[in-house]
Design a protein around this ligand. Structure first.
Ligand code: TYD
Ligand code: MG
Length: 417
């Protein structure tokens, strides 16, 4: 029997090393190397078979048959993304996906635990359809039992007629069910809990995650179904193994928000079939997720009706959608010479410029004041159109004054003031 060699694989970039290191030489990430021992009794060749090869037999040839027949002129190659998109029934999600799911493509959705990923996908699974009508959806839950999922689907009031639920963590059995049912879409919630028996490591380890995700993508291609994979985020807020999985899938979405507020955001990190700038805004309600109306956003009604000094509503464009955010500022006595200038969700260079303009052109003395600014709700606003709201928030905080109720501000501030 050949000697089993232990390797160390980086959780972030997937590079392999012969010994443990505190910092990955490949990507520079700290404490990211994970020990990986090959499963005993499995030669490398056997471990390399993909799930699709393993359950061959009834498999059809991949949709795009010509991939094996050599090069062809572009005019003869159809564009799969342009026809047959599957609408999820949630307008905000469809827009972020670039107009719906593309058959045989794969989408990874990441987010904090408890933020509502399962709710979003289950709700979408209940209303998926094409122009020809509703489609079959297989919802594979590797975390919850089938009755839990079914109960939730009924509670959110979805149409469960064409929804199939499978509680399973073994990828082989999941693949078999996908082949048997031939759904148009299958969801794996979550990919971190799925494992292959012939790959070493616990579910969620680098080796398992990489193989299972690659197999799920290959499975989607081979049966012509769209795959939606749920991924958890790490403590730092990054998708576990981001660089490991990002290149495997066609689109990466992140589902964000504050668990204690209703607003939820769906954002694209990557999309091969649409723009990566889109943002979807949803609200968590007791009846599931609801699409937020255009222009609504991450600002509470109270902040709009009864603004406090240092709080300004600011409409910004995110992709093709307008979102209203709350920009907050606070000024406090600082030590002359070492005042603090901190911002969250805003560009610190823009803050410096706005403060300089306020000093020079608005005669506001801020040289010995600490200034803190943030966007409430966790949204990042790199847009210079937020300058005016930021300036008014800082001035309001400094002078203890507010704008009138239900008033917003937007506009770029030039160096001339
Ligand atoms: P869930 O989808 O289970 O989160 P994730 O899969 O991302 O871990 O959602 C969990 C939270 O959503 C839960 O704390 C309760 C809330 N929720 C509602 O407020 N309304 C609802 O209709 C549902 C289904 C969940
Ligand atoms: Mg879940």
């Amino acid at each position: 029997m050949p000697k089993l060699r232990t390797t160390f694989v980086c959780r972030e970039c997937g590079s392999e090393h012969g010994r443990w290191l505190g910092r990955c030489p490949g990507c520079g990430a700290w404490d990211a190397l994970e020990e990986q021992t090959p499963a005993p009794g499995l030669g490398p060749a056997k471990a390399q078979t993909t799930i699709v090869e393993a359950i061959k037999g009834s498999l059809p040839r991949p949709r795009d048959e010509a991939t094996t027949d050599g090069a062809r002129p572009v005019s003869e190659i159809g564009d799969e993304s342009e026809h047959g998109r599957i609408t999820t029934g949630i307008g905000e999600l469809d827009r972020v996906l670039g107009g719906g799911l593309v058959p045989a493509s794969s989408v990874l959705i990441g987010g904090d635990p408890g933020i509502g990923k399962s709710t979003l996908l289950l709700q979408a699974a209940c209303s998926m359809h094409t122009t020809d009508g509703p489609v079959d959806v297989l919802y594979v839950s590797s975390e919850e039992s089938a009755s839990q999922v079914a109960g939730r689907a009924r509670r959110i009031g979805g149409n469960t007629e064409r929804l199939y639920v499978l509680a399973e963590t073994n990828l082989h059995r999941i693949a078999k069910e996908v082949q048997r049912l031939r759904p148009s879409v299958f969801v794996i919630d979550s990919i971190q809990m799925v494992f292959r028996e012939d790959v070493a490591g616990a579910p969620g380890s680098v080796g398992q995650l990489r193989r299972c995700a690659a197999d799920a993508v290959a499975l989607a291609k081979s049966v012509g179904a769209a795959a939606m994979l749920v991924g958890h985020v790490t403590k730092d807020g990054a998708l576990a193994g981001p660089r490991l999985l990002e290149h495997l899938v066609d689109a990466v979405l992140s589902f964000e928000g504050d668990r204690y507020h209703a607003a939820r955001l769906v954002r694209t990190a990557k999309n091969r079939f649409g723009t990566a700038l889109e943002l979807g805004v949803l609200e968590m309600t007791p009846e599931g997720l609801r699409e937020a109306p255009h222009g609504a956003g991450c600002i509470s009604a109270q902040s709009l009706d009864d603004p406090r000094p240092g709080s300004i509503a600011c409409p910004i464009m995110a992709g093709t959608r307008c979102v209203t955010v709350e920009i907050q500022a606070l000024t406090a006595t600082g030590f002359p010479g070492s005042v603090k200038r901190k911002c969250a969700g805003l560009d610190s260079n823009r803050l410096a410029i706005v403060l300089a303009v306020l000093e020079q052109h608005a005669r506001l003395r801020l040289a010995d004041r600490d200034v803190f600014a943030s966007v409430a709700g966790g949204l990042r606003v790199p847009d210079p159109a937020s300058d005016l709201a930021l300036g008014l928030a800082v001035a309001g905080a400094q002078l203890g004054r507010t704008l009138g109720p239900r008033t917003g501000a937007c506009g770029e501030i030039g160096l001339g003031g």
